[in-house]
Design a protein around this ligand. Structure first.
Ligand code: NAD
Ligand code: ZN
Length: 378
C-alpha cells in the first residue's frame, strides 16, 4: 500500500521543496487478534502531524504519519467484537486498553498503555505491522498511520459511525472535534452563562468555539493573529473576534472582571501565561495546544491559591470516544456543530508536503486527502 512516511524530522521550509514526507510502498500484515484493517477514505492534516515533521513532537522514525481519518472496515482479526466488515469508522488516536488505572478510573483518553505504545510506534496488541521496501520496520503514528491507502489498527482505535455521515466530516471527528469539544464539555465542564476565550483558531480551537456557542447564554471570544480565521470563528458562532494583542482589552470591555474560561489551542507557553492573567477569580485555563517539550511556563504562583484560578490539562478532550463521537454526530445532524467550516479543501495525496506548508502558514484549517483516489504508482 502507498503510505506517507517521515524518515527525518526538522526539514527546511518550504516543505513542498524539502519533501519530508515521501509516498512509499509499505507492506502491512493482516489484522492480528484484536485488530481491524481499514480502507482509508479521508485523512486530514492536523497540527500534531506538523509537530512530528518539524521536530516539536519527537517520535521514533521512520514513521507512517496521520491520525485524523475515517474509513471502511475491510478485515477483522480474531476476537474483535462490535466492529464488522463494511462498518464505517472514525479513527481515534488513543487506543484505550480498558484495564489500566486511568481507564478503570473512567478516563480512557489518559490510558497509560496507549501512551506507551503510541510513544514507541507500536499497536495496542503487538509490535508495528508496517515495513518498508527493504523489509525494515516503520513505526505507527498514534496507533493509526492514516496517510495511507490502508491501516491495520487495534479495534480500540476505531469508533463505528452511521453510514450516512460523509467521510469528509467524519474524518475530523476523531481528533479536532473530540479534542476541541471535549475541552469545553469534559475538561472545563462549561456552565450556562459562562464566558470563554479561545486562543488559536485552527480546527481544534474552532471546534471549541462551536461547542461553547451551544452553551446557553455563553459569551464566546475567539483570538487568532490570522485575520482569515476571524470570519470562520464568527460563522462558527463566536460573539467577538480579535488578535492576541487586542484580547485583554476586548475581554475587559465584554466581560469586566475577567473571563471564566480560557482555552489555549495554540501550543505556546506564553499564550498559556497570558490566558491565566485574563481569568476572573476562580476561572480556569484549559491547556489543549501541545508546546515544544523544552518550553517552560513561569507564572505568578500566588494566583492559584490566592484567587482560586485553575490550570487544566486536556488530552484528547478528556473524551470517552464512543460516547463523545456519537454526541458530536448528533450535534452535527442538528446543525449545532457546523464541521464543514473546518474542511478547507481536499488535495491530491501526492501533494501532502504542500499541505504541511498550507497548515503551517495558516492557509487552511483542515486539508483532507483521499489516499485511495491518488494517481501515483500502486
Ligand atoms: P492549527 O495550526 O490549525 O491552528 C493553530 C492556530 O493558532 C492558527 O490559526 C494560528 O494562527 C494560531 N495562533 C498562533 N499563534 C497564536 C497566538 N499567539 N494567539 C492565538 N492564536 C495563535 O492547529 P490545530 O490542528 O488546530 O491544533 C492546535 C493545537 O492543538 C496544536 O498544538 C496541536 O498539536 C494541539 N492538539 C492537541 C491535542 C490534545 O489532545 N491536547 C489534540 C490535537 C491537537
Ligand atoms: Zn490531531
Amino acid at each position: 500500500m502507498r503510505s506517507a512516511v517521515l524518515r527525518e524530522a526538522g526539514a527546511s521550509r518550504p516543505y513542498a521543496d524539502s519533501r519530508p514526507l515521501s509516498i512509499e510502498t509499505l507492506a502491512v500484515t493482516p489484522p492480528r487478534a484484536g485488530e481491524v484493517g481499514i480502507r482509508i477514505e479521508r485523512a486530514s492534516l492536523c497540527h500534531s502531524d506538523l509537530s512530528v515533521v518539524n521536530g516539536a513532537r519527537p517520535r521514533p522514525l521512520p514513521m507512517a504519519l496521520g491520525h485524523e481519518a475515517a474509513g471502511v472496515v475491510e478485515s477483522v482479526g480474531l476476537g474483535v467484537k462490535g466492529v464488522a466488515v463494511g462498518d464505517h469508522v472514525v479513527l481515534v488516536f488513543v487506543p484505550s486498553c480498558g484495564g489500566c488505572r486511568e481507564c478503570l478510573a473512567g478516563r480512557p483518553a489518559l490510558c497509560s498503555r496507549a501512551a506507551e505504545v503510541n510513544g514507541s510506534g507500536d499497536l495496542l496488541h503487538g509490535a508495528s505491522v508496517l515495513s518498508d521496501a527493504r523489509g525494515a520496520r516503520v513505526n505507527h503514528h498514534l496507533g493509526v498511520s492514516a496517510f495511507a491507502e490502508f491501516a491495520v489498527v487495534a479495534a480500540e482505535s476505531v469508533v463505528v459511525i452511521d453510514r450516512d455521515v460523509p467521510f469528509d466530516v467524519a474524518a475530523m471527528f476523531g481528533c479536532a472535534a473530540l479534542t476541541g469539544m471535549g475541552a469545553v464539555f469534559n475538561t472545563a465542564q462549561m456552565q450556562p452563562g459562562q464566558s470563554v476565550v479561545v486562543f488559536g483558531l485552527g480546527a481544534v480551537g474552532l471546534a471549541a468555539v462551536m461547542a461553547a456557542t451551544t452553551v446557553p447564554d455563553a459569551t464566546v471570544i475567539a483570538v487568532d493573529p490570522n485575520f482569515d480565521k476571524h470570519g470562520l470563528a464568527l460563522r462558527a458562532g463566536a460573539d467577538a473576534v480579535t488578535t492576541p494583542e487586542g484580547a485583554a482589552a476586548l475581554i475587559a470591555e465584554l466581560v469586566p472582571g475577567g473571563i471564566d474560561l480560557a482555552i489555549e489551542a495554540v501550543g505556546n507557553a506564553n499564550v498559556m501565561g497570558a490566558c491565566l492573567e485574563m481569568l476572573v477569580r476562580g476561572g480556569a485555563v484549559v491547556s489543549v495546544g501541545l508546546p515544544h517539550p523544552v518550553q517552560q511556563l513561569v507564572v505568578p504562583a500566588l494566583q492559584f491559591a490566592g484567587s482560586g484560578k485553575r490550570l487544566l490539562g486536556s488530552h484528547m478532550g478528556d473524551a470517552v470516544p464512543d460516547r463523545d463521537i456519537a454526541r458530536s454526530i448528533e450535534m452535527w445532524r442538528a446543525g449545532r456543530l457546523p464541521m464543514e467550516l473546518l474542511h478547507t479543501d481536499t488535495a491530491a495525496f501526492e501533494d501532502i508536503n504542500d499541505g504541511l506548508d498550507a497548515l503551517a502558514d495558516g492557509r487552511v484549517v483542515r486539508r483532507l486527502f483521499a489516499p485511495n483516489q491518488g494517481t501515483g504508482p500502486h
